[in-house]
Design a protein. Structure first.
Length: 329
C-alpha cells in the first residue's frame, strides 16, 4: 500500500526527479486547495445560508451569495498569481561544511500583471517571499543545510501563494537540476604551513613580496595595518589588504602525504583546506597535490576556489587509480 501510494503521488504531482533547463508553471503543474481560513469561511457561508432559508431573509441571501462569488473569484486570482511563471536555477556560491547553502532560484514573470506574495520553500518552515513585477525577474534565496563536503543537491522546492485573501493555497513542486559545492570544514587556525620546497628548473615562482602592486584582496585578521587600503575603506568599500608580488625560488606545495597517515581522510582534507586559506591570506603562491589530481602552482581567489573544489570533490577511492594530473607534463 505504501508503494502504491507513493506511485500515485508521483503520478499525481508529476515527480520525475530533477528537471534540466527552465520550468514553466502550466495549468497541469499547479494545484489548489482551501486553507484553514477558507474552510472556516465556507462553514460561515453555510450557516448564513441556513439562517437565511429558515427566516426568509432576502438581504441574508444577497450577502451570502455575494461573499460566495467573491470566494470563487479568489480561486481564479490565487491560481493566476503563479500560473505561467518561468523558473530556472541561478548560480549558488560554494560554502564550507557545516554552513548553510543559499540556493538562488530565478522567478521570471512574462505577464503584464505583477505577481504578489509568491513564496519558495524547501522544508515548509522557512520561505523566501517575493513580489515579481510585470515582465521582470526576481531571485528567491532558499537556505539548505550543508553538513558534509561534496556536491549538495537541494531536492524538491515548493512554490506557493495564498494571494489575494488567504482563502486558498495554490502550489507547485519544483525540482531543479542544480547543486552547490561544499568545501571541507577548515581545521582551526594555528596550524603551521608545511616547509617551502625548492623551485623549478628556472628557479623562480610567484610569491608574496614587495616588488609590484598586484591588487586588493579581502582583509583577514592579522594582516599588517600598513598594508590595509585605508582610502578604499574611506570610500565605503570595507577593509581590503594591498597585495604585492615578487619572484621567489621557493614553492609551497600542499599534499595529503604531508599530514600524519593516522588521521582520517576527512580530518586530513580539513587541514588541507586550512592550509589553502592560510597560504592565500599570507599572499603565498601554492600548489595542491592529491591522488589523481595535481593543481599547478598559483595564487589568487580563482586559484583558491579551484583548490578548495578539488578537496570538496576528492574521492578517497581514487588513491588506487591513475587519473590525468592537471599541470603534469
Amino acid at each position: 500500500m505504501h508503494s502504491l501510494a507513493r506511485s500515485f503521488s508521483s503520478w499525481l504531482f508529476r515527480l520525475r526527479g530533477p528537471e534540466q533547463g527552465e520550468i514553466v508553471l502550466v495549468q497541469r503543474r499547479i494545484f489548489i486547495l482551501p486553507t484553514r481560513s477558507g474552510l472556516i469561511f465556507a462553514l460561515v457561508l453555510l450557516l448564513m445560508l441556513t439562517g437565511s432559508i429558515n427566516y426568509s431573509l432576502s438581504l441574508g441571501f444577497i450577502l451570502t451569495f455575494l461573499l460566495a462569488s467573491l470566494a470563487i473569484s479568489a480561486i481564479l486570482h490565487t491560481f493566476r498569481n503563479i500560473a505561467g511563471l518561468r523558473i530556472s536555477a541561478a548560480r549558488t556560491a560554494p560554502v564550507f561544511a557545516g554552513e548553510t547553502a543559499r540556493f538562488r532560484v530565478c522567478l521570471h514573470n512574462p505577464a503584464r500583471a505583477q505577481r504578489y506574495a509568491v513564496a519558495l520553500t524547501r522544508d515548509k518552515r522557512e520561505a523566501s517571499v517575493v513580489d515579481i513585477p510585470a515582465a521582470e525577474s526576481v531571485v528567491a534565496v532558499v537556505g539548505v543545510p550543508a553538513p558534509a563536503r561534496g556536491l549538495l543537491r537541494p531536492g524538491r522546492f515548493t512554490l506557493y501563494t495564498r494571494f489575494p485573501v488567504g482563502l486558498f493555497y495554490a502550489w507547485s513542486y519544483i525540482d531543479l537540476d542544480t547543486h552547490c559545492v561544499v568545501y571541507p570544514r577548515p581545521a582551526p587556525q594555528g596550524l603551521a604551513l608545511p616547509p617551502l620546497k625548492a623551485g623549478d628548473a628556472e628557479g623562480t615562482g610567484l610569491a608574496h613580496g614587495a616588488d609590484d602592486f598586484a591588487g586588493l584582496r579581502q582583509y583577514y585578521p592579522g594582516d599588517s595595518p600598513g598594508r590595509i587600503a585605508w582610502k578604499a575603506a574611506a570610500r565605503g568599500q570595507g577593509l581590503l589588504t594591498k597585495q604585492f608580488v615578487g619572484r621567489s625560488s621557493a614553492e609551497l606545495w600542499l599534499a595529503l602525504d604531508l599530514l600524519p597517515p593516522g588521521l582520517g581522510i576527512e580530518e586530513r582534507l580539513s587541514r588541507l583546506a586550512r592550509w589553502v586559506l592560510d597560504a592565500e591570506a599570507s599572499g603565498l603562491a601554492y600548489g595542491l597535490e592529491l591522488p589523481g589530481t595535481r593543481i599547478a602552482f598559483g595564487m589568487g581567489e580563482a586559484h583558491r576556489e579551484r583548490c578548495l573544489e578539488a578537496l570538496a570533490l576528492f574521492d578517497p577511492g581514487a588513491a588506487g587509480r591513475s587519473a590525468p594530473r592537471d599541470g603534469a607534463p
